[in-house]
Design a binder for this molecule. Sequence first.
Ligand SMILES: [Zn+2]
Length: 148
Amino acid sequence: MNITEVRVKLIHDPRDKLRAFATITIDDCLVIRDLKVIDGGLKGLFVAMPSRKLQERCPACAGKNSIKARFCSDCGRRLPEQRGEIDQRGKVRLYADIAHPIRQESRDAVQREVVRAYHAEVERSQQAGYVEPTFEGLDYHQYGSGEG
Ligand SMILES: [Zn+2]
């Protein structure tokens, strides 16, 4: 697997651990968007693959609710306390990856290339006349800050 292009859109909010969105191209033929560069504090930067919020159906009305919801947003009933899958760290899984590398070496390659592109973009952004890269056709407004 060759990552042939990485585009990075920096997020300029120091209160947010999200530092950037990234789009990668694999072998000049497959684009994966919505990767996130996240500041993991002491652990440094890490790259999260695109994911979707997991939802579960209300036992009473079958309405969809987020895993963390305590009451159904459709019928208002109290939802069962224990829901969702437990991940390797013993926490309830709130997100599922939409696309992800299978092998460790591919995972490492994505991490390495995206972090490298992120640093390059940060450097570029500090130069005069910097123009943010365009992500034509990509919508980033679906990222809600905080909740989740
Ligand atoms: Zn319900």
